[in-house]
Ligand binder design. Structure first.
Ligand code: SER
Length: 326
């Protein structure tokens, strides 16, 4: 049975991945860590939890050793827009945390996962159906971190035999924990605002396509890749995966099918727009399909239905009690 160590466990991916992995592998098998520790959080209450700043290499090693972990899921990182505001801080957290986690994996012989991103591509990358192996010259600090991270993980595999694996996530959409400081976050915010106010002002401009994925598919992808037969993996760090590609008008139109009065306008944020413009319109996930059977279940239609109904159940609703058309 795996014993899994997760950093960034209270973040957008971590807060759901920990609960899912505890379901699959058992509550005590998943050690959650995060820099903060809110008292009433299901991740904190349902299994082992430790406070950890990922730049503290010694403490990271101590926790991993104490629980005798054999798998590390390193999620703690700053997202693209936040990284752009404070690039040196982002380098220190994103790269410092990663090398610390890889060193623990090397010393304790752990399997290792960390996410890369569509942010690992740049303006000179082919923009449509972006291949698995292609030009990666990103122009953001986040992208620089992600490419460096992919290379570093490959290096630890070749040099030290650490079983490193990763995916390039598109924008992730979920109803549990909001993302913070990403460029693709508009595609999460829009659902909350549609329910709360019936309108949304998009900071990403009309016609800007980006890849996206609903969180349940992202969680399955991590588990599936970590369980995949290593002899089938020609790539490791990191696989293109995606579930859908859309631009703001398309997600708005889909929401409008459920909330008839929904309206969207634009107030484009030049920083996040420039980041989005440097990323692909759509990426090709065929290597992930061929090497470990990746398949997404949710498209825009199915995700929108589920997202709105889950948010409604969470009590996100219009103050004036306008009921959504079903
Ligand atoms: N969702 C991330 C961001 O927008 C991209 O991986 O920063």
């Amino acid at each position: 049975m795996k014993k899994i160590f997760v950093t960034g466990a209270l973040g957008q991916i971590g807060s759901e991945l920990v609960m899912k992995m505890r379901e699959v592998y058992g509550n005590d098998q998943v050690v959650a860590t995060d820099i903060k520790c809110p008292k009433e959080h299901e991740v904190v209450g349902s299994g082992p939890f430790e406070i950890l700043d990922v730049t503290d290499a010694k403490k990271m090693h101590e926790i991993a050793k104490k629980y005798e972990v054999d798998t590390i899921i390193h999620l703690a990182a700053l997202l693209s827009a936040t990284a752009e505001k404070n690039p040196v801080f982002a380098w220190n957290i994103n790269m410092g945390g990663l090398v610390n986690a890889l060193e623990v994996a090397r010393d304790l012989h752990c399997q290792f996962f960390t996410p890369s991103s569509i942010g690992a591509f740049g303006p000179s990358t082919p923009t449509d159906n972006t291949p698995q192996d292609t030009i990666q010259r990103p122009t953001t600090m986040y992208g620089v971190n992600k490419v460096s991270g992919e290379l570093l993980c490959d290096y630890y595999f070749h040099k030290f035999g650490v079983d490193t694996r990763g995916v390039r996530f598109p924008g992730l959409i979920s109803y549990v924990t909001p993302p913070g400081g990403g460029t693709t976050d508009y595609a999460v915010d829009i659902y909350y605002e549609a329910l709360k106010r019936g309108e949304y002002t998009s900071y990403i401009g009309k016609g800007t396509y980006m890849d996206m994925m609903y969180m349940p598919d992202a969680l399955n992808a991590i588990i599936q890749l970590m369980e995949a037969d290593p002899s089938k993996l020609k790539h490791r760090n990191a696989f293109n995966i995606t579930a859908m590609s859309f631009e703001p008008e398309q997600i708005a139109a889909e929401i409008k099918k459920h909330i008839k009065h929904f309206k969207m306008d634009y107030d484009v944020d030049p920083i996040r727009q420039a980041i989005a413009d440097s990323w692909p319109n759509s990426i090709d996930p065929s290597a992930a399909r061929e090497e470990w059977g990746f398949k997404a279940e949710y498209d825009l239609v199915k995700m929108t239905e589920d997202m709105l109904s889950k948010l409604e159940k969470k009590g996100i609703k219009n103050d004036s009690e306008i009921v959504c058309a079903k």
